[in-house]
Design a protein around this ligand. Sequence first.
Ligand SMILES: [Zn+2]
Length: 237
Amino acid sequence: MPEELTAEELEELTEEQRDYIEKVVSLFIIAYAGRLIAGHGARIIKTVREELPIIKSVQKKAGVEITDFKPGDISGWSASEVEFYRRMLLDYGGTYIVKNGILEFKDWMRDLQPALIESAEKVIIQAKQFGYTPQVLREELLKALGNEYNNRLYVGAYVESRVIEDRTKRELYADTGINYVVWYTQKDSRVRPTHQERQGKIYLLAECPSLGEPGCRCWIYPYTSKNSLMISTGGPE
Ligand SMILES: [Zn+2]
């Protein structure tokens, strides 16, 4: 059996040993953060991959300079993303809570049998990776949970996925010099009246409402024109 270190011996740690311990501790912290953003990273990558060609084509059409964006820039977001995710869970609910730095399903979710929790978690992660529509997400959760299906889980999972998409688009637009977005609805009878009013409306990026509302299928599209780049206050022409 290995001997335990005495207090004196602990104090005699070399600088190298202390560095080693610090490294191990920070690795633990990174692992927790990794758990926190499980499925989150994939949603970011998917959104970036889809959005970059759109930004390029919008800039090209407007005749403005096409901004270079390196995928490596995303790594700079990670710390703020983790913090944002924490806040999002507080503000919007979501399916998880953070307890002592560990991601856990909400109490009512943990009442489910472990096997069901596992299948629900799988669906939630896939929903983020593939950007499930509300309909597909609900169907997949119904398949995974059967009689134990819970609408609160569906709402939480959908909002989470959409908030990540929304947040990623905004960071990407800001990094590529896009200052305005256009709001689009699905233009069918299921669009809520408050969102119908936003159809085709141009917003200053910072003032555009969030897409993270339960069941909302609207999307935002980058907007730029030679004129809009010169406007510092107020909307574009
Ligand atoms: Zn909507």
